[in-house]
Design a binder for this molecule. Structure first.
Ligand code: HEM
Length: 151
């Protein structure tokens, strides 16, 4: 069966989606701050797209060459009150970027992408509110299919 990654148009479309999302985050007064640190990764867009690709049935480039799920969760952990407020806004930045990024106008695809990002932002990415020290070292990369989480 076609994966969500393939239906979306592969890595090119996910990179455009990550870039458009990033620009929206920078333009948002609440989300701007964490994305504006001087030591942020210059290739953030590429890394975010690779992570999404792997979760959505694409190649395992993120986990083989860039980082692990534990690394990603540690980056986002320990920000309880902030993440409560910021998570729904991050999801909105992704969804509002669909047209600009050229995500196919297929309701089933857009619904699956929206559900994946919502699930991640409201669940795993808020699971360690107190400290990055609480994040286990061996978290599996999440996988998302047409009917929801695969692992
Ligand atoms: C409130 C919501 C979120 C905020 C404020 C946030 C913030 C950030 C920040 C500041 C970075 C570091 C950027 C850099 O180094 O340039 C980052 C990296 C990243 N974020 Fe988020 N994020 C949020 C939600 C999410 C969600 C929902 C996902 C996945 C579905 C995600 C996936 C990633 C990935 C894969 C990276 C790159 C990790 C790496 O450098 O290897 N983030 N995020």
């Amino acid at each position: 069966m076609t994966t969500i990654y393939e239906a979306a148009g592969g890595i090119e479309v996910l990179e455009r989606l990550a870039e458009a999302t990033h620009q929206r985050c920078l333009a948002d007064e609440l989300l701007n701050h964490p994305f504006s640190h001087a030591d942020n990764q210059p290739d953030h867009t590429e890394r975010l797209a690779a992570y999404w690709a792997e979760a959505l049935g694409g190649p395992p480039t993120y986990s083989q060459q860039m980082g692990s799920e534990s690394h990603v969760q540690r980056l986002h952990a320990g920000e309880s009150a902030y993440m409560e407020e910021a998570s729904p806004r991050f999801v909105a930045c992704v969804v509002e970027s669909f047209d600009e990024a050229g995500v196919p106008d297929d309701p089933r695809l857009r619904k699956a992408l929206t559900e994946y990002v919502t699930w991640a932002a409201m669940g795993p990415f808020r699971a360690w509110p107190s400290s990055s020290d609480d994040v286990p070292a061996d978290l599996a990369m999440p996988r998302w299919g047409w009917d929801g989480p695969l692992s």
